[in-house]
Ligand binder design. Sequence first.
Ligand SMILES: NC(=O)c1ccc[n+]([C@@H]2O[C@H](COP(=O)([O-])OP(=O)(O)OC[C@H]3O[C@@H](n4cnc5c(N)ncnc54)[C@H](OP(=O)(O)O)[C@@H]3O)[C@@H](O)[C@H]2O)c1
Length: 349
Amino acid sequence: MDTSLKSTTFSGRSGISRTGLEARLLARPEGLPAPGDFEITEVAVPHPAAGQALVRNLFMSLDPGMLMLIAGESGLPMPRYELGEVMYGDAIGEVVASGDPSLVEGDLVMHRLGWREYAVAQAGLFRRVDRDAYPTPSTYLGFGLVAYVGLMDAAELRPGDTVFVSSAAGATGGMAGQIARLKGAARVIGSAGSRDKAAYLTGRLGFDAAFDYHDGPIVDRLREAAPEGIDVYFDNVGGEQLRAAIEVMNPHGRIAVCGALNRQSKAGPDGGPGDLLSVLGKRLTIRGFTMGDHLERAPEFGAQFRTWLREGAIVYDETVIDGLANAPQALLDLVNGAYTGKTVVRLGS
Ligand SMILES: NC(=O)c1ccc[n+]([C@@H]2O[C@H](COP(=O)([O-])OP(=O)(O)OC[C@H]3O[C@@H](n4cnc5c(N)ncnc54)[C@H](OP(=O)(O)O)[C@@H]3O)[C@@H](O)[C@H]2O)c1
């Protein structure tokens, strides 16, 4: 991979001598980035000042939305990545030194200072979490809460609904399909980018039907899978899948717009629905949402998710990429369909 590596060694006043890698965006590409648009640099890690904590990151999340922060698109609910500055994203790590009484060495914390091996910041930016909640800390980075609020709040899921989920073998989609079933959906249908992934949905994840969206007209595949129509569409994609879902929706159907993979993966126009007459005729609801607007649901979801995991009622799969230096390429591979489940980067162990 074309990344430049500079090395600096630091000896802090406390005698700590520590360096760590961090990633910066060097160029704002037209379309999708290339690994050479990133720089991975080894830098000195300062000792935390009063009120700060130093965290050694264990895992960071990879999210297709990062491609829009790289592109610098307007209208996003998060700030874009600035050229030359360390990128950010969800991460989980361990406090190794603290200058604030609210955190002590060994605390497991979640925060937004990913794309670096060590994070030094005001202690208030780190949220302590329970070390024993999950078998591996990376589970905290999952998108179950996204799926949950999309279904419960944006789509107002009702028992007996037929639910269609796109990008269903991915982080959010895999959770959305399973949670829909656990919350009373009568039939759950998923789409994904290969026949193997479709088999994974009906096999391991327990979807009732699944199809490869490359396999002929999507609207035909969806009608075959949902002969009685769909009531809820959990949309990770936009584009042709959204058009097809609108056609196959039952009257008063509800669409939760979670993502825009069709656009993110090509970094171009979405090609979504133009004619909204069916939305009017069928009195459909299309509602965009972001998880950040529903954080009050986190304790309720966390308790429910842990119970489902303990009882074996839900499957949580993840793909782990090793090392920050591999993260830029992995982000591209993610939207090219290389992985299933939630994709995380291991930054330390
Ligand atoms: N609203 C929120 O709060 C929120 C929070 C988190 C994530 N999101 C968004 O939700 C979406 C899903 O995120 P994720 O992390 O769960 O990603 P993901 O589904 O785990 O991974 C990306 C997947 O994109 C699929 N893909 C690429 N181009 C596609 C296309 N044109 N049509 C269908 N699938 C395509 C690939 O699989 P295939 O092999 O199936 O093509 C790949 O597996 C993203 O748009 C993300 O930005 C929103």
